[in-house]
Ligand binder design. Sequence first.
Ligand code: ATP
Length: 236
Amino acid sequence: MLELEDVHAGYGGAEVLHGVSLRVDEGEIVTLVGSNGAGKTTTLGVIGGGVRVRAGCVRFAGVDLRRRRPEHRAGLGIGQVPEGRRLFPTLPVRDNLLLGAFAHRKKTKETRALLEEVLELFPILRERERADAGTLSGGEAQQLAIGRALMSRPRLILLDEPSLGLAPRMVQRVFDALSALSARGVAVLVAEQNAMQALSTAERGYVLERGRVTMHDAARVLREEPQIVATYLGGV
Ligand code: ATP
């Protein structure tokens, strides 16, 4: 469904991605692991539209994304949960969710049904529906950010470091939600420094080092790979 082929991208004079290739199939959870500055966020940016591709191909559902404007990615079925979540803290949870629905879609039946689905997936958001987003805990806010992305009914959702700053219990909850999404047929591409958690949830993984994919395999294979264990899993 999503395919990157030999993608080069960067900022100003600096090239950050030096030929990245990866693939995400329908309903699959794929993780991008790598240390700080490896190029994970840049890779997501290439797909989400924030970073321009200098060379190579990015295709989504048969569409060449290089030919589509960044603001049209949501319409194509790509949902994004950026690092730092970017919620509206002074608006209630419910309004944050509704803002995730397409701007042109009014409060239609479909939006209400979608909202109901999201509240079902994240019961804590139902409990806090009327509370301002700024009053949520880190884990709750992360669930809200994912819920908001779901309001555009994406076929693929991109997440950047969803576990950042969360307590272990909340990290688990967020990753459980990703599994639930994939069970509903939504493909998930998640960039994570928390490689252990990401590789426990994902089906496949790509290891990114200094802008290049150095390894890719089934997540259970990567979890056993000595080099990965030593570098990313704390040498257990
Ligand atoms: P992190 O986990 O720290 O976000 P990452 O793997 O996501 O790391 P990127 O954010 O993609 O890595 O960064 C890759 C490289 O690109 C880094 O060297 C970074 O300094 C550089 N970079 C990222 N964003 C910009 C930008 N807006 N302008 C210039 N350089 C940037």
